[in-house]
Unconditional design. Structure first.
Lengths: 446, 321
């Protein structure tokens, strides 16, 4: 068997068998699934209804207060003191008092509660009463309520994305942004996580002094590449298991709670393009869409509007190539130093471009085709993160290929540089290494 | 004579200093070759060059008659002075891994390892992690890994450090066994008594240059100081008074009727003359030349003079470690 293959096998197996790997691999998708499904359930769970007892001395407002999902009103034919007594016995969450003179002075409204008042309920009541007062005042000024209803307009722009094969699809720019930033951060996280695993591995071999035995059998470059590729395969394994488990969990939850994920795709509701420009039909269709679709269902539809195979494929490429670019540098640092504390000064030049890419993420997401985004997605040190951020928004293939080619070139370059530092560094002990020293190693021939 | 390894005019520069300066060595087949020298003399650099861990700046290297090339690492076994293992890895698995890196296939490696582990009492530890092993056991394991692929050339850098005397003997036996079975051993150490015991030839490096080389016996002979140890019975006349004018004589010990003398003769005086004179003094039980130890020769060649005790004291063969 080829020696690099033997080294890769060892690096891979020792890591995959570790307990921490197994735990992370199982916990990862559970956390992800919880992140996706959790909010839906939390929203469902927190809707205990807030009971408000209303003492309406004006005899006008109570019938206009509408019960909502979260707030329920009941009229109390008592005076306010008696109502408060009732509340103290624990009958209502709060007592709302609307005095007789409320027409003239809306500031006389009061809400009593032993506990602090539910802020949502308070806002809800304020909004309802505000509308009532407004229509009351408008009526006083002689404006008919029917006219008012006609004036009311609701605008909801539905973004439709034109795909190459002429289909119209509902677009979700917010989701593209979230997905882009999420993948960018994931790549950042992966590069650091697995890069520092390489660094620690190299340092372990150096401080253990096993390295001299090994490089009397294999070339230092083989040892370095074996380690880097072995760890890359660990990362890939973890990522693929995560995707697989996440899909299983999400599917399981979808089958278990179909109501939460009910969704009718917009394309199926629209009958023809002509209809789409008919306001009557549009209104009707939109209502159907609103009625049938739960928020979770919409997220699922949004996800399906993104080309997931391309996303995952390019994620794997940019993760691997980005990791390879940085991993050899991490290996060089591990070889140059004697202990973990000394790594700090050399980590800086590696972390700066990565952190810069993350800082620029928001700006790139706002304008994914702008010059800053394009340039940062071409420079090999930032491209893994920035290009991944742009891909959900759609990037011209030429740019993707160019970025990939540059990244591979960058990876070859850093590996060449790192191998020079590595092969000198691993045999250097007890010497505090400086940048000047490392520069000498790089220039050193043979 | 056939040589397993030859280095011709090797020079190696590090930034700032010369580690090796025009060094040439020839290691005869099936011998134990000592590579000696004080700390920092350039031994480790030479060993790393032989192992192709680093390359020389100038000079030629030959292995078994061929120009040294990367494939030759499979015929070389190297036990470095600073040696380690993966602490968290099981020892059986680790030995297999390192054997595979020397091109031994897994199946053969396993078979051979079992035999060697048995021999060194390590078999019950096969599935234990290295961190659970004692230092001695770890060293035994490293020794096994070094020799497992049956290399033609073995390089041991301070192999005995950290071993107890019983295991030192076990190891010495194995090293001589390996030589008798056809392997050649390059042996680097500061332990001069073991050099006298097991080395056939040596090279002494100091300050990046070779200052002494050759067969151990011949080197010791050529360093003769003309010192003899004599045992006499029935002494008629004290040797001191009889030979005192011509030789440097001292009484070393006396038990019952047996007198032990240490005599230093002047250069150029044949030893037979001395023996004749002694024969007149009493019955000669033994008459033996005392050659300087490798330890003394080492110090003489590196510092320029023998340690003080060589001229004053008797205990030449002090096998100090």
């Amino acid at each position: 068997m080829n020696k690099i293959a033997i080294i890769i096998k060892r690096e891979y197996l020792t890591r995959v068998r570790k307990r921490s790997f197994v735990i992370m691999t199982i916990l990862g998708p559970l956390l992800m699934a919880a992140l996706m499904i959790g909010p839906v359930f939390i929203a469902k769970m927190s809707d205990s209804v807030y009971q408000v007892g209303v003492v309406d001395d004006s005899d006008f407002f109570f019938e206009r207060l509408k019960n909502t999902n979260n707030v329920e009103f009941s009229q109390l034919n008592l005076d306010i003191e008696a109502a408060i007594e009732l509340h103290k016995k624990g009958n209502y969450d709060a007592i709302l008092h609307i005095p007789k003179f409320a027409f003239e002075a809306p500031s006389g409204l009061r809400m009593f509660s032993e506990k602090s008042v539910n802020l949502n309920a308070k806002l809800n009541i304020e909004n309802q009463l505000k509308l009532d007062f407004e229509s009351l005042k408008l009526a006083k000024e002689g404006i008919d309520e029917d006219v008012l209803q006609k004036i009311k307009t609701s605008i909801n722009i539905m973004t439709v994305r034109l795909t190459k094969d002429g289909l119209e699809k509902t677009d979700y720019p917010e989701l593209r942004m979230v997905l882009g930033i999420f993948s960018g951060i994931l790549i950042y996280f992966f590069i650091f996580l697995f890069g520092s695993q390489v660094m620690r591995g190299v340092m372990e071999e150096k401080t253990n002094r096993i390295v001299e035995v090994i490089i009397s059998s294999v070339k230092p470059f083989q040892l370095m590449m074996g380690k880097i590729i072995g760890v890359a395969l660990v990362g890939l394994t973890q990522f693929l298991i995560w995707i697989f488990l996440t899909l299983i969990i999400v599917t399981a939850v979808q089958t278990a709670f179909p109501e939460q994920f009910k969704y009718t795709p917009v394309e199926q509701v629209y009958i023809s393009a002509d209809d789409a420009y008919n306001p009557e039909v549009l209104k009707e269709r939109t209502e159907i869409v609103m009625q049938y679709n739960s928020p979770a269902g919409q997220i699922m539809d949004a996800l399906s509007s993104i080309n997931l195979p391309v996303m995952i494929g390019s994620f794997i490429f940019f993760f691997l190539a980005g990791y390879l670019l940085y991993a050899s540098l991490f290996a060089a640092i591990g070889a140059a130093v004697d202990n973990e504390a000394d790594t700090q000064q050399f980590m800086l030049p590696i972390t700066v471009p990565l952190i810069f890419a993350i800082v620029m993420a928001q700006m790139v997401a706002n304008n994914p085709s702008g010059p800053v985004a394009v340039w940062l997605s071409m420079i090999p040190f930032t491209s893994p993160i920035i290009m991944m951020l742009r891909i959900p928004f759609g990037v011209p293939m030429a740019q993707v290929y160019l970025s990939m080619a540059l990244l591979v070139l960058g990876f070859v370059g850093t590996t060449w540089l790192a191998s020079k530092i590595y092969r000198t560094g691993i045999l250097m002990y007890g010497k505090k290494v400086s940048y000047k020293e490392i520069w000498k190693w790089i220039k050193f021939k043979g | 004579m056939e040589y397993i390894f030859k280095a011709e005019n090797i020079t190696k520069n590090y930034t700032g200093h010369k580690a090796l300066d025009n060094v040439s060595i020839s290691v005869p087949k099936q011998s134990v070759y000592g590579l000696l020298g004080p700390n920092g003399a350039g031994k480790t650099t030479l060993i790393r060059i032989i192992n192709q861990i680093i390359g020389p700046d100038e000079g030629k290297l030959f292995f078994d008659g061929e120009k040294l090339k990367p494939e030759h690492v499979h015929f070389i076994g190297y036990l470095p002075e600073e040696r380690g293992l993966y602490k968290k890895m099981k020892i059986g698995e680790q030995a297999l891994y390192l054997a595979q890196l020397k091109n031994v296939n897994k199946h053969d490696a396993k078979k051979k390892l079992k035999v060697w582990f048995e021999k060194f009492d390590l078999l019950p530890w096969w599935d234990k992690k290295v961190e659970e092993l004692s230092k001695g056991m770890a060293q035994k394991m490293q020794f096994i890994i070094t020799i497992l692929h049956q290399p033609k050339l073995l390089i041991f850098d301070e192999p005995f450090s950290g071993f107890d005397p019983i295991n030192v003997n076990l190891l010495k036996e194995e090293i001589l066994n390996l030589r008798n079975n056809g392997a050649t051993i390059i042996f680097s150490t500061h332990n001069m008594s073991s050099v006298e015991e097991i080395c056939d030839d040596i090279t002494l490096i100091n300050k990046s240059r070779i200052i002494l080389e050759g067969n151990v016996k011949e080197i010791r002979k050529s360093h003769s100081l003309g010192i003899y140890c004599v045992e006499l019975e029935d002494v008629k006349k004290p040797l001191e008074s009889m030979l005192g004018s011509q030789y440097n004589v001292s009484l070393e010990g006396k038990s019952e009727n047996l007198y032990k003398y240490r005599i230093r003769k002047p250069d150029g005086d044949p030893s037979n003359n001395l023996l004749k004179s002694i024969m007149e003094a009493g019955r000669v039980i033994s008459f033996q030349e005392v050659l300087p130890s490798m330890n003394d020769i080492f110090i003489k060649n590196v510092t320029g003079k023998y340690p003080d005790e060589v001229n004053n004291k008797n205990n030449y063969q002090n096998n100090q470690i």
